[in-house]
Design a protein around this ligand. Structure first.
Ligand SMILES: N#Cc1c(-c2ccc3ccn(Cc4ccc(CN5CCCCC5)cc4)c3c2)n[nH]c1N
Length: 247
């Protein structure tokens, strides 16, 4: 997968050089290209923003630098088109389902803005010829889109074949399709068996895989009911067995 990111703060993406994503880049699974938007701002101050038409707070990012920058990225492979992803507080929610959709794409172009966002004509220009998604990573307000891109690149990158070892398959994630879909993970434990008077639940030391799986599902249901009751309400009743219903 190729990923392009255009930003006035490309240094925000240093974390993409380390850990899981860094290794995926070294192994050629992910090909990430960072671009400094100001390289396409030709005045002496390399200006990328201006006052909003119609008044209002803050500044808006000018269309010209974005248009030239996006055109340059598109020229990298004229025979293909990236999916353009625009982080914005007013976007559709970024979910595991959307992450899985993006993980199937060969090329993503992220356009994290600053100020009050990008002149809307930019996405209208490209939206007429390719998929342009306005996406929000959560119901809170950030100062710009860079952190949102880090979130999305990690959530998508970990789903790519070969990035997670088999032992850490994303198949068992919360929100991934399957038996644990829309359930939060329950508690996890490792050695030592007793720590400061706290013991590991006996069932986990039993070696009885069926009972362990049942205990883990019970704990996942309990934590989901405690922390995200709305997810429990959204569960398909067909997936709940008699034991679940007694909890
Ligand atoms: N993904 C994601 C995000 C973002 C995000 C993403 C991209 C940009 C680019 C700039 N900002 C800053 C900002 C913050 C608030 C507002 C709204 N205005 C506030 C003043 C009155 C008018 C309306 C606009 C721009 C961004 C924020 N925030 N939260 C998410 N989940």
């Amino acid at each position: 997968m190729r990923v392009d990111v255009i930003s006035i703060f490309p240094e925000y993406f240093a974390p993409l050089d380390v850990s899981l994503i860094g290794k995926a880049r070294e192994r050629g699974i992910l090909d990430i290209h960072l671009h400094q938007l100001r390289d396409w701002a030709h005045d002496v101050h390399r200006t990328v923003d201006d006052t909003p038409y119609g008044g209002g707070p803050g500044m808006v990012m000018k269309p010209e630098p974005w248009g030239e920058a996006i055109d340059t990225v598109l020229a990298a492979d004229p025979a293909a088109q990236p999916r353009i992803i625009v982080p914005t507080p007013s976007g559709v929610p970024f979910t595991q389902k959307l992450a899985m959709e993006y993980a199937a794409e060969p090329w993503l172009l992220f356009t994290p803005a600053r100020y009050e966002g990008i002149d809307s004509r930019v996405m209208a220009e490209y939206g007429s010829r390719m998929r342009v998604d306005e996406v929000s990573v959560g119901d809170y307000v950030l100062a710009g889109g860079e952190v949102a891109v880090l979130v999305m690149v990690e959530a998508v990158g970990r789903l790519l074949p070969g990035v997670l070892g088999n032992a850490n398959s994303a198949v068992d994630d919360s929100f991934a399709p399957g038996a644990m879909e829309n359930l939060l993970e329950g508690p996890v434990y490792t050695k030592p068996p007793e720590w400061r008077g706290h013991e590991v639940p006996e069932i986990l030391l039993s070696g009885h895989h069926g009972k362990i799986a049942r205990w883990r599902r019970d704990e996942a249901l309990r934590r989901t009911a405690r922390n995200r009751l709305e997810l429990l309400a959204a569960l398909d009743p067909e997936t709940l067995d008699k034991h679940d219903r007694k909890l």
